[in-house]
Every structure is written in structure tokens, then in C-alpha cells.
Write a protein that binds this ligand. Sequence first.
Ligand SMILES: [Cu+2]
Length: 91
Amino acid sequence: MKMSSFFVGLAMSLSVFAAKVEVDVSGMTCGMCVEAITRELKATQRAENITVSLEEKKARFSEPKDRKLTDAEIKTAIKKAGYEAVKIRRN
Ligand SMILES: [Cu+2]
């Protein structure tokens, strides 16, 4: 394999899930909350590497760069689980 094709492949794989999202969630109290939020984020089919922290009251995931979730879609998913997305950050 030529070095140039290696770097093209690397750049492509990095770009697919480049956008990381962090959501502050209110109302979480236990492991069931974590599961419910994880399930609803997964159901969007556009959230990958989902981690939900009860201690930090945060949900984190990656989204496809070309098919980002809107803030409204994230809020709806969290609401479906029974909670509220109070702040959404991207980096
Ligand atoms: Cu709970």
C-alpha cells in the first residue's frame, strides 16, 4: 500500500465520526435512567460510542459528521427516555 492511500484512508475514517457531543441531563437518579437514555440515543441510529454517566449527569456520544443530530432531535430522544437535556455541547 502506498503511503498516500494510507493517509487518505485515515482521513476518511476520522471524518465519519468526528463530532463529539456532550449533553447535560437533568432528572437522572439510577442505573435504569442510564439504560433508558442509552436506549433512546441508540434508537436515533446516529449516535455511536454512547456513554451515560449517572455521577456527572451527562450523556456523551459521537455522531456522523455528515448526518449530525439537531439539538431538537437530541432533546426529543432524552425526553422520550423521561429526562431533560438542559445543555448540549459539541467539540
Ligand atoms: Cu433511574
